[in-house]
Design a protein around this ligand. Sequence first.
Ligand code: SF4
Ligand code: SF4
Length: 437
Amino acid sequence: MQTLFTAEQLRDPDIAAANHELRTCVHCGFCTATCPTFQLLGDELDSPRGRIYLIKDMLEQGKPATEAVVRHVDRCLSCLSCMTTCPSGVNYMHLVDHARAYIENTYQRPFAERLLRRVLGATIPRPWLFRLALMGAGVARPMKGLIPGQSMLAKRMRAMLDLAPATIPPASAVEAPRVHPADGVTKARVALLAGCAQQVLSPAINEATIRLLTRIGVEVVIAREAGCCGSLNHHMGQHDAAMARAQANIEAWSAEKDARGLDAIIVNASGCGTTIKDYGFMFREAAPPLRDKAATVAGLTRDITEFLTEFGYAPTRPKPDLTVAYHSACSLQHGQKVTTAPKTLLSRAGFRVVEPAEGHLCCGSAGTYNMLQPEIAGQLRDRKLANIRRTKPDLIAAGNIGCMTQLGGQGLPMVHTIELLDWMAGGPIPAALADRG
Ligand code: SF4
Ligand code: SF4
């Protein structure tokens, strides 16, 4: 695609990177076929190619974003299905990430929306604050019917109350900064991202991860000062907050690596994994040593299923008579290109694994998307669940807490892949299955 940036514009490294991606796009339109929002809305401007044109025009003009551009970019899930489809290798993620930050800097959203986005960006990454917010949502939920009208704000408020779980599990002791020693001989040493929202919504995921890793000879450290990966802020265009959170993790894991060595940084929430693996790009213009540390951290990062595939996994229990519908989170399949490892491990653990139709389409979770775009998110969730139910599974497994929140509570037990792998290797039965009796 021809671009018309001036030499002065191209001195900005973000514009130069965007220019590279724009010039890589040959506007063939293949990506429209797999874009969830184009599938639902049928508008070219809600397709990857349409958004690329809008972003190109916005950046070339160098003017504040318009309401129309913001509307179509906001509707993008950042599911990255278009990146899997694109034959030219356009890195749409970098393009839309830059567009979101540009919009945040140049466009004045309505006050209520600004406030909502600020509150989400400040609350969800802090587990103690997120827990308080969920408790408040639990109190407010019975009054959901009193929220008047069909405005976007009213719909968003109702969506947030719907998404808040009925009960919040107690905080787990395993997520405090400490070392979890390996059982027996230590064969490897890893850092685990304890995360933010996940540890509040489902502490069982980190517990299962630590239990399984330590049982097979892996020492697990929860590094002091490591926290939210920054992706939640990143995807809302809150650039400075995202970079600050990412830098804190980079420094924490680098210090741990220098002090006692790290073979990997393990992530069990694939949305976070996609962002951490991109730290090298995010800090490409940082001064050394931060730039090099970021690249090293990105290179060490593994989804838990990637690590287990490389390190080895062996079940110890008899095969369960259960059919698992594996939901491939977009961030895992499109963002990290981890597609076979989770299914292979689940099969090795003894489950019958089925894959729903339209597996490439997003479930509508997408970070804060299901709160900010509740109508599209709801349609995608219903479509995903209908496809899952057609496979007649006993349960759903996924490797991302966002998808689990989006698809859980809809009549089928929703379990993280690692909970199933841990169970079959000697851990406790996942609560979602135990509750069924
Ligand atoms: S598939 Fe790739 S090259 Fe073709 S229009 Fe989409 S982004 Fe551009
Ligand atoms: S990231 Fe997903 S929603 Fe956004 S343009 Fe690409 S395919 Fe469409």
